[in-house]
Ligand binder design. Structure first.
Ligand SMILES: *Cc1c(COP(=O)(O)O)cnc(C)c1O
Length: 360
């Protein structure tokens, strides 16, 4: 068996140890004679799995007690509607910063339900930077302030959070979930699809300050009302059981490997290797301004579409797969989430150097 280095933006690599544990436990989970795939979500065994996942997430992210943790379905994209339905309940206004496709989609969805103020956008330069925010442009009585923290497609990240005062800050952290420590208390809500850095596809994790719950609009579908799931400990209906189980294994792996401080150290080291190479290359260059570069998603290009395509093809043949950039951007993108080992990034950089020499 030979495994490739998978640079996909998501679904993406999982730690090999996790996959091995899941394989070993596939037919008989801890002596209960069933796979986790087969068991009732109301069983004692599964209850222990979901409780353990929540406890580990709380421990790793130091989630304060006045926040609920929800394990949901529907992907990050479903939250684009659920957020206004649950929280656009005072002035009916919300502030959005548009730093890429995902923030743009979230803002467009919110517009269906209320007044959306686009505080700033980086669309003018293909979202290659995080716009400086002018507090005078904030809506003082907004029901919430929305950002996409790490922009998966464009490779930017907020290194500094907007100061929104009393207005709850809501952040999509799909592609930087658990990649480094984050002060949860600064947010009204954090959420993300798990398939980037936490688990296989099918699970969306929402972390919500309790006082924000219980004010959803009357028309909110029961399944989109966060309170439904908060009151039922994420067991209102059948949750994505097997994905939650893999999530639990990933969280165990994170704890065994030093938690989020250690992840940050690992991720900084990996990203630096790649950015340093890009900054010194004569063929390749990164597309993001240095101060807003993401640790997780690294887009880069050559000046030739032909060479870009050749690179992606030859890299795949060398076991470095899914390096093609997003269809809206072109070029290349290396997603180097927690599960990507340093050796994988080293192999990529070595391959880039070889390619650069051959195509000089
Ligand atoms: C992938 C991604 C999404 C979309 O996630 P789905 O789970 O496919 O709906 C939203 N936001 C960000 C930042 C993403 O990376």
């Amino acid at each position: 068996m030979s495994r490739v280095y998978n640079f996909s933006a998501g679904p993406s690599m999982l730690p090999e140890e996790v996959l091995k544990t899941a394989a070993a436990e596939m037919l008989d989970y801890h002596g209960c004679g069933q796979s986790v795939m087969e068991m009732s979500h109301r069983s004692k065994v599964f209850d222990e799995i979901i409780k353990s996942a929540e406890a580990s997430l709380r421990e790793l992210m130091r989630i304060p007690d006045n926040y609920k943790v929800l394990f949901l379905q529907g992907g990050a994209s479903t939250q684009f509607a659920a957020i206004p339905l649950n929280f656009m309940n005072g002035s009916g206004k919300a502030d959005y910063v548009v730093t890429g496709q995902w923030a743009k989609k979230a803002a467009a969805e919110a517009k269906k339900y209320g007044e959306v103020n686009i505080v700033a956008s980086s669309a003018d330069k293909t979202f290659s930077y995080i716009p400086k925010l002018d507090k005078a442009a904030f809506t003082p009585d907004a029901d919430y302030f929305y950002i996409c923290m790490n922009n998966t497609i464009y490779g930017t990240v907020y290194h500094e959070l907007p100061d929104t005062g009393k207005v709850p800050l809501i952040a999509d952290i799909s592609s930087c979930f658990l990649s480094e420590p984050l002060d949860v208390s600064k947010f009204g809500m954090l959420y993300g699809g798990a398939q980037k850095n936490v688990a296989p596809a099918g699970l969306t994790i929402c972390i919500i300050r309790e006082d924000l719950l219980g004010h959803a609009r009357d028309i909110t579908p029961t399944m989109l009302d966060y309170k439904t799931h908060a009151d039922a400990d994420s067991l209102y209906n059948t949750p994505p059981c097997y994905t939650i189980y893999i999530c639990k294994l990933v969280l165990d792996w994170l704890k065994e490997n030093g938690g989020l401080e250690a992840m940050r150290e690992r991720n900084v080291k990996k990203a630096k290797l790649l950015y340093d190479y890009l900054d010194n290359s004569k063929l390749f260059r990164g597309t993001v301004v240095p101060e807003d570069r993401s640790l997780m998603n690294v887009p880069f290009v050559t000046d030739s579409d032909e060479l870009n395509a050749k690179f992606v093809k030859e890299a795949a043949e060398a076991g470095l797969v899914n390096l093609k950039g997003h269809r809206t951007v072109g070029g290349m993108r290396a997603s180097i989430y927690n599960a990507m080992p340093y050796e994988g990034v080293q192999a990529l950089v070595d391959f880039m150097a070889k390619f650069e020499k051959e195509n000089a």
